[in-house]
Design a protein around this ligand. Structure first.
Ligand SMILES: [Zn+2]
Ligand SMILES: [Zn+2]
Length: 707
């Protein structure tokens, strides 16, 4: 091994004073180092002597603060080995002074050193990107005429784009996977080399790789050398970093193949994109693939249709779902809950028009900053003709609720003024973006705008956040969200209105509020609204795609644009702050996330049908219908299955529909005024008196118990 710790070094070198480079003060201990080095370097470099001359000792500070000394030129892999073989085996990359590098790259300077494993995002990325090289190598072995495009790591996996004559089939994927296994067995090292831009271009052209040539041409202007990676007979243009060898990619799978345009440009050639994933261990891969299968089953776009929550039809259009009775019921329940809770918290309801003249959106800035996202009515050729009356469906409620504020002059005593509305909005999303109930063109949001004085801003913001968290808790999603503080991007001024200094001030105020509320947030540049910064409450869908569920925004600009003022205690006109917020988000999106979270088994308080009465035979029908009436009168959503099917069949069907409760009614129950209760997830929980059961179910619904 090439290192010795500071303690050992000093013991062996004592009483040697200050450390110097190896060859200016060769001592016994140094000779030992050189001998140790030689065994390693003999393997690595032919010209040992040349390498050793000029080599100096470097100081390497490990993650735990421990300092070790190595001979300059030591590789990251060797340092990792010196720390422990377990770590070495798990190592994907290393970070040298915070810079990510291949483990094979020599370390020549004093540095802070850390090993990155698959547990680190960068490590996992290199791991999966290396798998994409193995995929490309396998494809080139099997289909030598295939042309290579690009092969990055992505979240949870990797892909590689190929230009081939015939699209790949599932059988092809199996063959390619088998070839990849062979390559992994060969355990080829990934070796980096550089060429000048001219040499690089000649090299890839000679191999007939036109896509690579295009990529090099774009870089050539910079005059920097172009890097390649070689593993066995296969070479790929690449910046890296990678694992040190292909043999480390022990567990992988090719998951799908689709068409993909070169550079995502529909005017360019359609390539074949093979997707895959890779993990260090077989068990991890198996668990991941199982989770993907499970996710497919939970996907609201599939399950929500199967369970008849919603449907879509071509003749109505993309992104315009039809909510069926079950979906509509859940949304109604959420909506009542939100409206009642907001009323308790001092909100005033408004109901404002779904469309307005272009002039309103000109004041708000939407006409100039958001027109592509709006449905504008009428002849586009006349959009800019002042005499024309041009209308547009509303993409947000703010400009409308501002008019409510403007209905009379406000005093500082009127503030804070909290408006809420169950508001339907329209956004012209691109058709490729549409997804079930999550991304739609028409949706209904628990909208609200608060106008407040500067001294009220913090408290009002905190209240909005508390309300959102309360709502998330009630539907069981609070543990699933993360918080994103969305800032403006000072380098992309066209996207925003207003003065940079004011942006900074308001963002700092908001950061202060978030810190005081001890919100664990991540900052994200360029995600602010065009009028101000926002707190986004983010959630991932079942496939891991992140979306905003709830947002709370501080707006220091639109009130002024709309001429909203209040008279302060000194009789002066002042502009209020506006908070844009939602308390449970868009109802359609929230419904989608609930379907996925609970795999269709809605919590009792939200279940469209909470319980079903199952008479054992026909002679119990009358008693069953009487029971249903009693349950409904108690505010429970019940039905009765009167079909002449076997009881086992009726139970199975109610289970498939994920009903929270089934109440079985036979001779004994009819006689005693009891029901035999089956609870979702538990099965038979025994007999209960009807009144007792009703009380229990009512309480569980009221308390929003989740089971
Ligand atoms: Zn690469
Ligand atoms: Zn708004």
């Amino acid at each position: 091994m090439l290192f010795f710790s500071r303690g050992e070094a000093e013991r062996s070198r004592a009483p040697a004073p200050a450390r110097k480079s190896l060859f200016t003060s060769a001592k016994k201990s140094d000779i030992i180092i050189i001998k140790q080095m030689r065994s390693v370097y003999k393997r690595k470099y032919h010209n040992l002597k040349g390498m050793v001359i000029g080599m100096r000792e470097i100081k390497v500070t490990l993650k735990n603060g421990e300092v070790r000394y190595f001979t300059g030129g030591v590789t990251g892999a060797d340092i990792a080995k010196s720390i422990g073989m377990g770590l070495y085996k798990a190592a994907c990359l290393c970070a040298v002074n915070g810079q990510t590098r291949d483990l094979r790259t020599p370390v020549t300077e004093d540095c802070d050193f850390a090993v990155l494993t698959f547990q680190d995002a960068e490590g996992a990325k290199a791991f999966r990107h290396t798998a994409s090289h193995i995929l490309a190598q396998a494809v080139k072995r099997l289909y030598p005429e295939a042309k290579l495009a690009i092969g990055p790591a992505i979240e949870n996996g990797f892909y590689y784009d190929f230009d081939v004559e015939k699209p790949f089939t599932q059988e092809d994927l199996a063959l390619i996977e088998a070839e990849m296994k062979k390559i992994v067995k060969e355990d080829l090292p990934l070796e980096r080399f550089e060429l000048s831009p001219e040499e690089a271009l000649a090299y890839v052209r000679q191999q007939g790789e036109a896509y690579k040539a295009e990529l090099i041409e774009e870089h050539a202007g910079k005059g920097e050398p172009i890097s390649f990676f070689r593993q066995g007979e296969f070479t790929d243009l690449c910046a890296g970093p990678h694992l040190p060898s292909a043999g480390r990619v022990k567990a992988f799978a090719l998951t799908s193949v689709t068409g993909a345009y070169w550079r995502g440009d529909a005017t360019k050639k359609m390539l074949q994109r093979i997707y895959g994933t890779a993990f260090p261990k077989k068990e991890e891969l198996a668990a991941y693939l199982a989770a993907v299968e499970e996710a497919k089953k939970r996907d609201h776009n599939k399950l929500g249709r199967e369970l008849e929550y919603f449907t879509t039809v071509d003749v109505i259009g993309q992104g315009l779902p039809i909510l069926l009775p079950k979906g509509t019921k859940v949304i109604q329940l959420l909506q009542r809950f939100v409206e009642d809770e907001e009323e308790k918290r001092g909100y005033l309801l408004t109901k404002t028009p779904l469309l307005a003249k272009r002039e309103l959106y000109k004041i708000s800035g939407h006409w100039d900053h958001y027109r592509d996202g709006m449905f504008v009515l009428g002849d586009p050729a006349k959009y800019e003709e002042p005499a024309e009356e041009i209308f547009a469906l509303r993409p947000m409620t703010c400009p409308f609720q501002f008019q409510a504020y403007l209905a009379r002059l406000r005093s500082y005593r009127d503030l804070p003024l909290r408006y809420s509305e169950t508001s339907t909005l329209f956004r012209n999303e691109a058709s490729g973006e549409m997804h079930g109930l999550i991304r739609v063109r028409q949706f209904t949001i628990s909208e609200g705008h608060l106008a407040c004085r500067p001294d009220q801003l913090k408290e009002e913001f905190a209240h909005c956040l508390e309300l959102a968290k309360y709502m998330l808790g009630a539907i069981g999603l609070l543990e699933d969200v993360s918080f994103r503080f969305s800032l403006w991007d000072a380098n992309d001024r066209a996207k925003y209105i207003g003065d940079p200094a004011e942006w900074e001030t308001v963002q700092n105020t908001m950061r202060g509020i978030l810190d005081e509320l001890e919100i664990d947030y991540a900052e994200e540049l360029g995600e602010a609204a065009f009028y101000g910064p926002k707190l986004d409450i983010q959630i991932k869908n079942v496939h891991g795609k992140e979306d905003t569920l709830i947002t709370i925004q501080i707006d220091f600009q639109l009130a002024e644009r709309f001429g909203m003022v209040y008279i302060d205690a000194e009789g002066q006109k002042k502009t209020p702050y506006v908070i844009h917020r939602t308390s449970i988000g868009c109802y359609e999106r929230t419904l989608a996330l609930l379907i996925e979270k609970y795999a269709g088994a809605m919590p009792l308080w939200l279940a469209p049908e909470q319980l079903r009465v199952l008479p054992i035979t026909e002679r119990h029908h009358e008693a069953a219908l009487a029971l249903e009436k009693q349950l409904k009168a108690a505010g429970l959503r019940a039905s009765t299955d009167l079909r002449s099917e076997k009881i086992g069949y009726k139970i199975r069907e109610a289970q498939m529909e994920k009903l929270p409760y089934m109440l079985l009614l036979g001779d004994q129950e009819a006689e005693n005024g009891t029901v035999s209760v089956r609870r979702r997830g538990e099965g038979d929980i025994g007999s209960q008196a009807v009144a007792e059961f009703i009380q229990m179910a009512q309480e569980q619904a009221r308390e929003k118990v989740i089971f």
